[in-house]
Design a protein around this ligand. Sequence first.
Ligand code: F6P
Length: 362
Amino acid sequence: MNSRTTLTQYLIEQRRRYPEASGRFNNLILDVALSCKAIARAVAFGRLADMHGHHLHNDVASVNVQGEVQHKLDVYANQTFVDMTATNGHLAGMASEEMQEPWQIPAALPRGKHLLVFDPLDGSSNVDVNMTVGSIFSVLRAPDEVIASGRDVRSEDFFQPGAQQLAAGYALYGPSTMLVLSVGHGVAGFTLDPNLGEFMLTHPDIQIPADTQEFAINASNSRFWEPPVKRYVDECLAGKTGPRGKDFNMRWIASMVAEAHRILMRGGVFMYPRDSKDPSKAGRLRLMYEASPIGFLIEQAGGRASTGHQAALHIKPSDLHQRIGLVFGSRNEVERIERYHAEPQPLNWHNPLFAERSLFMD
Ligand code: F6P
């Protein structure tokens, strides 16, 4: 392993495959990386820098478009992405979990060809207890007409299936800070050298093992799960004594970016499936800045990302903040979960009167 390769050198090497490339794409990724370094620094200072707790607006905790209370670091991380990526002429526009509408590059600044979509601080409820959080990002090409006209971006300009992403990645603010990136040609992991302030290539070609004995799901939602998910988890829990014939282990960090990293490092399966907890929501996680970029990385590393019913990367978004059910990780496990979804479901499973241990069933 060549740990003397910097992120910049890696990007230059990758760019050789596209002789016509202008360099703007690489500069955009480097701006994103710079944002992540700034956020890593703020996260590391924690309470020392008064960065813990809720973000207050007129003495009341502010709420984002998802109805979730914003933490100070959510707001800081969002602003950092905006400030560090908007001015260099790479972007036509951007969208974020923390902003209801697309963010326009001010008319006085040059506009570029790319769209940046990000979750500035995933898992931010973990910040106050000093657990791993991260930033997730996705790069799309703006529609030709947007590039040609230089007009303001609209939500629809971002509605591209995850398979069309030019790049996706995340930064992880854990015991060490890492940047994990795919520019559509495998997945590479970089560790921030705190002495040099550089992301160094430490994980050159990340591959997810096809099989696993580790799963991650929030089991407190089990009474809301659909039968295929319940069946899969029950079989894992039955271990050696059940149809799988092997014991499983379970993990739940409640920071999806950290779970994705664990799975990229050693395999596993993550599930936040669609459930019946809140019928107005198609799932917990957001398609454009969580499922698509993480799905892209997982598939680039040989794994699979799915809703259970269809490949996550094939879904064309219809809303910037759309939610979906998501299952990803080791390919053979995700395909098994998809098979369970494809099989005929028991009649009346969605009716609580007929749920297991209900009045109407043994
Ligand atoms: O962005 C949503 C998120 O914070 C994910 O990172 C995480 O997997 C999930 O929510 C945790 O949800 P819950 O609190 O329901 O376990």
